[in-house]
Design a protein around this ligand. Structure first.
Ligand SMILES: Cc1cc2nc3c(=O)[nH]c(=O)nc-3n(C[C@H](O)[C@H](O)[C@H](O)COP(=O)(O)OP(=O)(O)OC[C@H]3O[C@@H](n4cnc5c(N)ncnc54)[C@H](O)[C@@H]3O)c2cc1C
Length: 314
């Protein structure tokens, strides 16, 4: 008899694992407290870009694999994935282009293309997942492959998952701090602001503090951002105003109105993404897939494929 698999978590990690496993013929249910804009995945910008996740030697291969899958999805309009030019900016005199970006064709920006608030930058074509559509797209694909989603369900411990499931995939993001009793997880809180749609030819990103994201999407534009060690889910109006002021200064425009604010807790783990098999006290198998920090979308397909290999014992 085929084993029933429970995925705990309906963010990008849980939904991507769900799609991959259900389409491969596994009997899978996703059990989660929430999904959509209420969770970290719903707050993400979400551009393909390795950031705030460890360790590099695993992150880059997972990211490269995800790049290929997202690039393919960008040809399906319903996915909410598109390819976009990203301009990675720095306040340093000469930004260093990381090796993974060079192999994807990154080029230094000419000084005339660097906004006046920055000193250097490079340009690269990457996938952009519009989270307002992509999470729904994944959920629809999962259901079409006979997957079921049960929300809202809260667990204090993984062994509370009903016994009909002999196998679990733990994709609970920052929730793994209590669910897997993992003290190494740190909430790297991020806040972004949605403003009306803008015609911009590229996304602008700066990872030196203060962080800047300006990401044009089909129906709005994402302005960001922050990265603080904090588990506070409420949005701060003061931070939103600072974000809007900074991004408007970079673009040389008057501050646009704020449509909405989003907060997420990047599940950062100093020891690195936890993608490994474990056993619960009651003998059931669990595969952990959490701790993706600021790169959950960027690593999603690479990690889901690694989970599938573990599940199938390969
Ligand atoms: C402002 C911001 C911008 C970002 N930008 C990017 C970006 O550009 N590119 C990128 O790749 N990444 C980005 N990230 C990071 C990315 O959002 C995260 O890495 C990713 O969302 C983590 O996804 P996840 O599915 O692992 O966890 P989550 O999205 O947190 O989902 C966890 C799921 O587990 C469930 N859960 C948790 N605990 C329990 C429990 N006890 N019982 C039941 N269910 C539970 C939750 O309800 C939820 O469904 C950004 C994050 C933020 C905050």
């Amino acid at each position: 008899m085929q084993q029933k698999v429970a995925i705990v978590g309906a963010g990008v990690s849980g939904l991507t694992c769900g799609v991959l496993l259900a389409e491969a013929g596994h009997e899978v249910e996703i059990l989660a407290e929430a999904t959509g804009t209420a969770i970290t995945s719903g707050a993400a910008a979400a551009i393909w870009f390795p950031y705030d996740a460890e360790p590099t030697e695993k992150v880059i291969p997972w990211a490269n694999r995800t790049f290929v899958v997202l690039q393919q999805l960008s040809r399906r309009a319903e996915s909410g994935v598109s390819m976009i030019e990203i301009r990675q900016l720095s306040r340093e005199r000469k930004i260093e282009i990381p090796p993974w970006a060079i192999s994807l064709g990154a080029k230094h920006l000419r000084p005339t293309s660097v906004p006046s608030n920055f000193a250097s930058g490079y340009t690269l074509l990457v996938p952009l997942t519009d989270t307002s559509r992509y999470l729904d797209y994944l959920a629809t694909r999962f259901r079409q492959a006979s997957g079921q989603i049960r929300i809202p369900l809260h667990f204090d411990r993984l062994d509370e998952v009903p016994p009909e499931f002999s196998m679990m995939i733990n994709c609970s993001g920052i929730g793994a701090k209590t669910l897997a009793q993992d003290d190494e997880l740190e909430p790297h809180r991020g806040q972004v602001v949605l403003v009306p749609r803008m015609e911009l030819s590229s996304a602008l990103v700066c990872d030196d503090l203060p962080l800047i994201y300006i990401i044009p999407r089909a129906n709005d534009c994402v302005f960001g951002g922050t990265n603080d060690l904090s588990a506070r889910w409420e949005a701060s109006r003061k931070q939103s105003q600072e974000i809007v002021a900074q991004c408007s200064r970079v673009l040389g425009i008057d501050a646009p109105p704020i449509l909405s604010e989003r907060v997420g807790l990047r599940p950062y783990r100093q020891a690195g993404v936890r993608l490994a098999e474990d056993r619960l006290g009651d003998g059931r198998r669990v595969i952990h897939n959490y701790g993706h920090g600021g790169s959950g979308f960027t690593l999603s397909w690479g990690c889901a494929e690694a989970v599938k290999l573990l599940l199938e014992g390969r």
